[in-house]
Design a protein around this ligand. Structure first.
Ligand SMILES: [Zn+2]
Length: 132
């Protein structure tokens, strides 16, 4: 990855330890690293404060390609040096909704997918009971 795209910041050890502990004990949230968490947290704050410009104020999670098999979700918090986000597949299984990226049924991608009215309709029409 091109290093000139990144800058480091210093955080209090205690704060970092607390967050790392949270990440490790909550794998269902889908944070793979401290940087993932911090990026997501900062983005959320910036969205609230209206800091981003129109171009960068795109929502961190966006859905497309809803089908009976699942939903594709674009996660803009998971970008890397070349991509501005990562496409994540959330599958509808008979008894649950599964995120392939987090290997979880309760991560933020699944929660996001279940918040989409079109998805709720599919789930309802199928008569699936999705356990949250
Ligand atoms: Zn996920």
């Amino acid at each position: 990855m091109p290093m000139d795209k990144y800058r480091g910041i210093s955080l209090q050890k205690e704060l970092v330890g607390t967050i790392e502990n949270y990440i490790n004990t909550h794998p269902e949230m889908g944070y793979k690293s401290l940087a993932d968490f911090v990026t997501d947290a900062i983005r959320e704050k910036c969205e609230k404060l209206g800091i981003f410009t129109v171009e960068s104020a795109l929502p961190s999670l966006e859905h497309f390609n809803i089908s009976e098999q699942g939903v594709r979700v674009l996660d803009r918090t998971l970008g890397n040096g070349t991509a501005r986000g990562r496409i994540i597949d959330v599958y509808f299984k008979p008894e649950k909704v599964l995120c392939e990226y987090c290997d979880s049924s309760s991560c933020r991608h699944v929660q996001f997918a279940l918040s989409i009215p079109a998805v709720q309709k599919i789930v309802q029409e199928k008569g699936w009971r999705i356990k949250e």
